[in-house]
Design a protein. Structure first.
Length: 147
């Protein structure tokens, strides 16, 4: 019975809920700032609640409450926020390594960490589709939920 309940829980619940997601986002931000390869986008963040907004987005994407779409925006707005910055694969990889370290640092491990990492990698790669003005972000993109 316990195994059935575990397989039916959302990725958000398996991560540990909002407090863990927020700790993950804060730790990731810290690690990126400390890494010369990953720091650039984090050195220029102007929104004072960046970590909280990212935590709201990730929480929703992982199957938690609809915090991002209820108060911040939609998938189109997220993609437009990150669009037209060119492709930067090395930067992405440095940030993804920091994200994986952040998962470990906040105690997310095993298959759950692997699934969250895979989702975040996929979301990062998806953003490359809109790296130039030649391919504008379309209206009404569906929200990018983890599978």
């Amino acid at each position: 019975m316990r195994m059935l309940a575990e397989t039916m829980s959302s990725l958000y619940e398996r991560v540990g809920g909002f407090d863990v997601v927020l700790a993950l986002c804060r730790r990731w931000h810290e690690l990126c700032l400390a890494d010369p390869e990953a720091a650039h986008p984090f050195e220029h963040i102007t929104h004072p609640q960046h970590d909280e907004r990212l935590a709201a987005y990730l929480s929703e994407a992982l199957g938690g409450p609809k915090l991002y779409t209820a108060g911040y925006g939609d998938e189109t707005s997220v993609q437009r926020m990150h669009a037209c910055n060119g492709e930067h694969v090395e930067l992405d990889e440095a940030c993804l390594r920091a994200f994986d370290q952040s998962l470990a640092d906040v105690g997310v491990a095993g298959e759950t960490a692997s699934q969250v990492s895979s989702y975040f990698r996929d979301a990062t790669v998806r953003q490359r589709a809109y790296s130039t003005a030649d391919n504008p972000v379309p209206d009404d993109l569906p929200f990018n939920y983890a599978l």
